[in-house]
Design a protein around this ligand. Sequence first.
Ligand code: BGC
Length: 358
Amino acid sequence: MKAIAVIPGQQNSIHMQDAPDPTPAAGEALVRVLRVGLCGTDAEINAGLYGEAPAGSNYLILGHENFGVVESVGSEVKGIKPGDYVVASVRRPCTECFNCQHGRADLCTSGNYTERGIKGRHGYMAEHYTESPDYLFKIDKAIKDIGVLLEPMTIVEKGAAEALLIQKRLPSKPRTALVFGAGPVGLLAAAALRVRDLDTMVVSKEADTDPRAQIAKAMGCRYFSVDGVSLEDLGKKIPCPDMIMECTGSSAVGFAAMQMLAADGILCLLSVTGGDKTELVHAAEINRDLVLRNNVVFGSVNASPTHYRLAIRALKTAQKKWPGVLAQLMTTRLPWTDFAKWFSREVSGIKSTLEISS
Ligand code: BGC
């Protein structure tokens, strides 16, 4: 079969190649990939910043945001049948840590987890893959057009769910939220918060007329453009939110957000900031504010099966509440042979996908 792969650690090594046709074991399904989503992680792996080939291979098939259809199942497979639309999760457990042994590979403590398309396991930018049904999530026809958004949705669902879980420490409930960033992750975070009926503001650099701002507003968010406005000035203009989700990819914004929280508020950091940029921050002020306001700051990565189920529910609710709005995120659909256009930044838009099969 054809696949899109990189040589991990080698800059701009992205290429299309032949890879062995996968054959499902008795306990596995064979899935035909219909579409994959592209994200910053893919770009950073192609930039050689991280990424790890599976043991015994010198290449890594890229791709972790996926959507496909089951083509056949092994004799021992239950619960999934040919014709089902599915999304496969990304992370697989290590063999040694307690959390991995208890269904929470997303909270792995050994660091020896693997991730399809990222770390030690081939991903989904290929014609087919095989997988155990333990890692496959069925997608209803009602959300099949936005099924490829499920994986990034799981990331924000985990962030939101964990923030609300931590805030169970309070007698009151969070009512107001702010999302930094109106990229795909930011807009999905806004959807996750609006589905939970939080009064939500979205702050990003695009103008108020930009499609990203329109999508945020269509979901009932207030949108603030910070084009030419400092975060300090913005902080003076808007009420301090009970909950902030940072989705810009900028560590500077993460630190600024720490000073914008309401008393008892919580900040969820979701950006995997590549590189080793240094920032000057007001350490004493930030520390003092966090202490005096009982604030919580936490990071969140990956997602557990529970978050996949929450994300499916959130996509369905969003589709019902705001029909067609999340589909507007999928602005750039490329035939998969045109993958190089995305990696060389020739395309713009909100979410780009590679159309692998129809
Ligand atoms: C993926 C996660 C993954 C993380 C770190 C993100 O882009 O969505 O599933 O855990 O990268 O590798």
